[in-house]
Design a protein around this ligand. Structure first.
Ligand SMILES: Nc1ncnc2c1ncn2[C@@H]1O[C@H](COP(=O)(O)OP(=O)(O)OP(=O)(O)O)[C@@H](O)[C@H]1O
Length: 251
């Protein structure tokens, strides 16, 4: 069994089947991207894995045991969403510390992370004083402050300009390469998936299941706007035209 073992037999909203026989495994330290047509259930899947929704048929195991157990919050699970989701009444440091229940060296680690993400001068700043890119940096620091073994990311860098997005992707890869959590990264952008991930899981149109588990055959570092990413995407579209037809907006 892999470190993470996902078997979703069925996830419904009312009578509507959204995920069906969706399964995959992944190991500690891997970086997986999840791509698929809009509205196919990518966020729904992350919510199940993150324990934000337990209404499904199937199992989610980590290290051979259920990831979520009643009354117990899973340890070292990090999350980052499309919206930075910061508390407007807390400064940057306290927003990062929010997820650090009971940690003794919490403040030191949170400050160190804020420095690492380039916000050493904005530790006391309120969210309203920060730019969109800076808010994502705080959210990235908060995702890593628990030293996650499993990190769930739902389009965390969507709608940023290319240089800001690239700086955040580089930061994420630096933090990932240092701590090596298993990352599940949802994105609409196939080039972003091919730039960041070891494996890209392609989900079908609804009800979603994994239709291709693709190992990215490129060494790191990679540039999102680099010619090798464009060529790889082109090759994938040629080889899997039907599979990718629902994703044409990513081109
Ligand atoms: N709480 C909910 N109640 C009812 N239906 C829902 C709920 N959450 C999601 N859905 C539906 O489930 C389907 C999958 O939604 P989800 O947001 O998981 O897709 P997605 O692949 O993440 O979409 P996108 O790529 O557009 O972000 C959609 O049809 C959505 O309308």
């Amino acid at each position: 069994m892999r470190d993470l073992d996902i078997r979703i037999h069925a996830k419904r909203f009312a009578s509507r089947l959204v995920l069906h026989e969706l399964g995959f495994g992944a190991d500690d330290g891997e970086f997986l991207a999840l791509v698929g047509p809009s509205g196919t259930g990518k966020s729904t899947l992350l919510h199940l894995i993150g324990g934000l929704d337990d209404d499904f048929e199937g199992s989610i195991h980590w290290g051979g045991a259920p990831l979520h157990r009643p009354g117990e919050a899973p340890e070292r699970l990090g999350m980052m969403f499309q919206e930075p989701r910061l508390m407007p009444w807390l400064n940057a440091l306290d927003n990062v510390r929010l997820v650090q229940a009971g940690s003794t060296d919490g403040e030191g680690r949170a400050m160190a992370l804020l420095h690492e993400v380039g916000l050493g001068d904005a530790i006391d700043a309120w969210p309203a004083q920060l730019s969109g890119g800076m808010l994502r940096r705080v959210a990235l620091a908060r995702a890593f402050v628990v030293a996650p073994r499993l990190l769930l990311m739902d389009e965390p860098f969507v709608s940023l300009d290319m240089p800001t997005g690239n700086r955040l992707r580089d930061l994420l890869l630096d933090l990932w390469q240092r701590d090596r959590p298993l990352v599940l990264f949802v994105t609409h952008d196939l080039r972003e998936a091919l730039t960041l991930a070891d494996r890209v899981l392609f989900l079908s149109s609804p009800p979603a299941r994994v239709v291709l588990d693709y190992h990215v055959p490129l060494p790191r570092p990679r540039r999102l706007e680099g010619s090798e990413i464009a060529a790889l995407q082109e090759r994938l579209f040629e080889r899997h035209p039907d599979l990718l037809s629902g994703m044409l907006e990513v081109r």
